[in-house]
Design a protein around this ligand. Structure first.
Ligand code: G3P
Length: 226
């Protein structure tokens, strides 16, 4: 499983990168707008936190393939390191993916709600395909089932694309796509923190410390004991 963080908030990225085994940061125009700063400057700031080798996903805004390609090339020039251009799966988006693939630019096909959108984006050359789990659930679909079908398609057709399951609103959705073998997930900072929470974990640790300190003294660590 490849874990990514779905945010452009620098403090949240610093905290999560310090704690968790993360391989990348994903953004979209909504996420970027929340930070209310220059687009390129936000991306450069994120890059300085996560390093050159960590994946950074940034989305284009153009409606035509020509506009999307121009934006992608511009982003590639401005932002160093491992960059993935997010392209929505419209017909013009698929055309842009085909063109950018030939240019050697890495692509994440995004705003995916159906398995066919994902399959066509994969065949066009997308490196990642991003189905929106919670947004599918919210239109009375089954987001996890769509992720499962896409993952199977990739395996059946022996495609190089990875599924990047996105749009999660709870830990259980992340767990369900993990169970069916999704290659990667992007999760917002709040859900990322919740993925490790369990009251019995906290209780067990408290109990271990209490028992330890009853013999070895309050606040003592292994390194303090002879
Ligand atoms: O980044 C794309 C996706 O994660 C959107 O998530 O939470 O806005 O549905 P959300």
């Amino acid at each position: 499983m490849i874990y990514m963080l779905d945010t452009a908030n620098l403090e949240a990225i610093k905290k999560a990168y310090d704690l968790y085994p993360l391989s990348g940061v994903t953004t979209n125009p909504t996420i970027i707008s929340k930070e209310n700063n220059g687009f390129i400057s936000i991306l450069k700031d994120i890059r300085s936190i996560i390093g050159e080798d960590s994946m950074l996903h940034a989305q284009v805004l153009g409606k035509t393939a020509d506009e999307m390609v121009k934006e992608a090339v511009y982003l590639k020039e401005k932002v160093e390191g491992s960059l993935y251009i997010k392209i929505p799966v419209t017909p013009e988006g698929i055309k842009a993916i085909k063109i950018l693939k030939k240019e050697g630019i890495k692509i994440t096909a995004t705003a995916i709600f159906t398995a066919q959108q994902a399959l066509m984006a994969s065949i066009a050359g997308a490196d990642f395909v991003a189905p929106y789990v919670n947004r599918i659930d919210n239109i009375s679909g089954n987001g996890v089932e769509v992720v499962k079908i896409i993952t199977n398609q990739i395996n059946i057709y022996n495609l190089d694309t990875k599924v990047l399951a996105a749009s999660f609103k709870n830990v259980q959705q992340v767990h369900e796509v993990s169970k069916i073998g999704a290659h990667s997930v992007t999760v917002n900072p709040e859900i990322m923190d919740k993925m490790l929470e369990h009251p019995l974990t906290d209780w067990s640790i408290d109990q271990f410390i209490k028992d330890w300190e009853s013999i070895y003294g309050e606040g003592k660590l292994i390194t303090d004991i002879k």
